[in-house]
Write a protein of this length. Structure first.
Length: 690
């Protein structure tokens, strides 16, 4: 594609692209084309020779966003050859690149490991136990979050923090254990760069001089450590060329460290900064935007802007608000609308919920009535047990000193190594893999140990990563373990491993390159990945950020649920921003519902509609969804009447997949919504009717 990066940009966007001197804050409302602005800005800098590619640092929050930006820049033929030299990626991937290049100055070993959450939990369990503390009182899982929150604050000295004596002991012992293991955790990636810059002025000056232009995506989501990183890179520069793109009205991640004050105080941080507002929305009709604007204007902590529809789009449908008697009536009402209007285009619809626990009624109603759906973000690929096991095998192959991976996989499959045997190996003070070769063991354990060690004794460096992984998992017995497993999901787990080997690892030149990618992905925020299948998406509003659908259902807009009852008055503005995000996911239609009675954790509660409903300007609201089939939703759900020859709706049992409901049939097969493993096609002869 020929270079025309200014084509089809509106006046606001052109100003954001061409204002390259000094600090710039681009307030980019929902659906206003921020990715187009960022990529066009990079193209503008390169095309006009304002900087060489390695002098541009473009920071994102997900690998997906970084890849999309790089792809779009590469579409411009005249500069596509320059894209490989751009410093473009997530905060963590760019900081990791800095650490790899300066590992000695950062006091790290050259081949340092990156521990994910499972590894952290294992270290913390051992540390807490060794300190003589109770793991029930000091839960390792909770401490993973605690440590992450502390490190996200960017404080490099735990002793100066207002922490309890036990907290300081755990933190120090935990970091010492990581250091002994040649590892850092995800929070350490940015924190160690801050330490590196603070203690090595020459290294800091090198990167300050290198990066002539800094661009930041989703600036409203930055935490304290990330902001410190940006401040250090722009420190002592009279007029730094930093451009941050974000939306204070979409700051919804304070619970994971994001600080909205970073965007609200941008002008204070960078005096003389230019503020450019992108307010033309390319997604939604005017009524949807009017509703969103009327809600968010009630927030005091915002810089202020008003979304407006693209010329010619028109007002569109109003925002529908509908009260129903109960949560089950709500699920039936929404299902009725989908079935009447889908025309087999189920992917046009999304159900966005405030909390994951609200999905159950929709899952059951959709399954019983044949509406295909996907629960987005339920289990991410890199969070699956079998994927993490396979990665642990690979890590131990590449880094034989990795004790955490050793402990994870030594008993997968079982080899007779319990806690006692592991303690015996640990007593040597050497890496466990090395100890396994030298410590005296029982004859049975020795045989198992030799078999385990032999799986790693091959010249993997002269093999392709795909071949090496396949051989490792075969020789170790891990693949055999799942082939012989009686678990209903064993075949599915094998499919995931095959996808890892053939679809992911095969793309890399070396196993260490893959492991670095995997370490970043295991903590990357990619919950909003959706398969391109014809299904209704059910997801939390948080997971929906950045996505869009023709029709969006917003159920359970009730006080105590949305806004959440656990949120105090100081947090109500973030809840309101969440409402703004939810409404602006829709292109054509928003349907908000609330129930008069809802069952919450087994209790039937009488509900009041959310205050956010009353905040929507009545000009944009219709309380009667006339396109829905009007029914009496006050009655309890009744079984659907089926033709005598049909078995759709009947309960069945499958020996491996358990119980489920038939949602479609043909001559030889049935489509069944199983409780445990979702919608599957099975042969009729392999199920029993209940």
């Amino acid at each position: 594609m020929s270079l025309d990066y200014m084509e089809n940009l509106n006046a606001e966007q052109k100003l954001a692209v061409t204002t390259t001197d000094g600090p710039v804050l681009v307030l980019s409302g929902a659906g206003t084309g921020k990715t187009r602005v960022l990529t066009s800005r990079v193209a503008h800098i390169l095309y006009n020779g304002l900087a060489r590619p390695w002098e541009i640092l473009a920071l994102t929050f997900t690998n997906k966003a970084a890849n999309e930006m790089r792809f779009r820049v590469a579409e411009y033929e005249e500069i596509s050859h320059l894209c490989h030299d751009l410093w473009m990626g997530t905060f963590h991937s760019m900081c990791l690149r800095i650490l790899r290049s300066n590992y000695e100055a950062a006091n790290l070993r050259r081949d340092f490991l990156i521990y994910g959450e499972d590894d952290q939990k294992a270290v913390l369990k051992r540390v807490i136990t060794n300190l003589g503390l109770d793991t029930k009182e000091f839960n390792p899982s909770d401490w993973v979050d605690t440590i992450s929150n502390i490190k996200d604050k960017g404080n490099t000295d735990f002793e100066k923090m207002n922490l309890s004596a036990n907290a300081k002991k755990i933190l120090n012992a935990y970091d010492e254990e990581l250091n002994r293991s040649g590892a850092i955790d995800f929070g350490d990636i940015i924190l160690n760069v801050l330490k590196l810059f603070e203690k090595n002025a020459d290294v800091l000056h090198k990167y300050q001089n290198q990066f002539k232009y800094i661009l930041v995506d989703e600036f409203q989501d930055t935490n304290a450590a990330q902001m410190q990183f940006l401040k250090l890179l722009t420190k002592d520069k009279e007029c730094p060329n930093i451009c941050c793109v974000g939306d204070d009205d979409q700051s919804i991640y304070s619970w994971r460290g994001a600080e909205i004050r970073n965007i609200l105080e941008f002008e204070k941080t960078y005096p003389g900064a230019k503020i450019i507002r992108l307010e033309i929305n390319y997604r939604s009709c005017a009524n949807i935007l009017g509703a969103a604007n009327s809600v968010i204007k009630n927030n005091m902590g915002r810089l202020g802007k008003d979304l407006r529809a693209m010329p010619g789009v028109g007002n569109g449908e109003p925002v529908y608000v509908f009260g129903v008697p109960s949560d089950w009536a709500e699920a039936r009402f929404i299902t009725d609308i989908i079935l009447k209007n889908a025309n087999n285009n189920f992917s046009d619809f999304a159900v966005l919920i405030r909390a994951g626990s609200l999905s159950r009624t929709f899952e059951e109603e959709f399954a019983s009535r044949g509406v295909p759906y996907k629960l987005v973000g339920a289990t991410k690929f890199y969070d699956r047990m079998e994927i993490r096991d396979a990665i642990a095998y690979i890590r131990l192959l590449v880094y034989s000193f990795d004790n955490i991976s050793f402990e994870r996989i030594i008993s997968k499959p079982r080899r007779g190594f319990g806690d006692g045997a592991i303690s015996k190996l640990r007593e040597t003070g050497k890496p466990l893999m090395e100890s396994l070769r030298t410590v005296k063991l029982s004859s049975k354990q020795k045989s198992s140990a030799d078999e385990f060690l032999s799986a790693f004794d091959f010249d993997w460096q002269n093999m392709s990563p795909k071949e090496a992984t396949q051989q490792l998992l075969e020789k170790s017995g891990y693949l055999k373990m799942w082939r012989e497993s009686k678990d209903a999901d064993a075949e599915e787990r094998l499919e995931h491993i095959r996808e890892l080997i053939n679809g992911v690892i095969a793309k890399y030149d070396t196993l260490p390159e893959f492991l670095e990618h995997a370490a970043l992905m295991m903590t990357d925020d990619n919950d909003n990945e959706i398969d391109d299948k014809n299904v209704v998406s059910i997801m939390t509003i948080h997971a929906a950020k950045g996505l869009e659908f023709n029709t969006v259902f917003l159920p359970a807009w009730e006080e105590g649920i949305f806004p959440n009852e656990k949120k105090g008055d100081s947090d109500i503005e973030e809840e309101r921003r969440l409402a703004y995000v939810a409404i602006t996911r829709a292109r054509k239609r928003v349907i908000i519902t609330y129930a008069l009675v809802r069952t919450v954790f087994g209790q039937r509660l009488y509900q009041n509609k959310s205050r956010f409903i009353d905040e929507i300007d009545k000009r944009f609201v219709n309380n009667d969804y006339t396109n829905a089939e009007r029914q009496d939703y006050s009655a309890s759900p009744k079984p659907q009447q089926k033709k005598s020859e049909s078995i759709v709706g009947k309960m069945v049992n499958h020996e491996q997949m358990g119980s489920g409901v038939v949602i479609a049939e043909n001559e030889k097969t049935l489509t069944v919504a199983f409780k445990k493993c979702g919608i599957k096609n099975v042969m009729r002869e392999f199920v029993n009717f209940v």
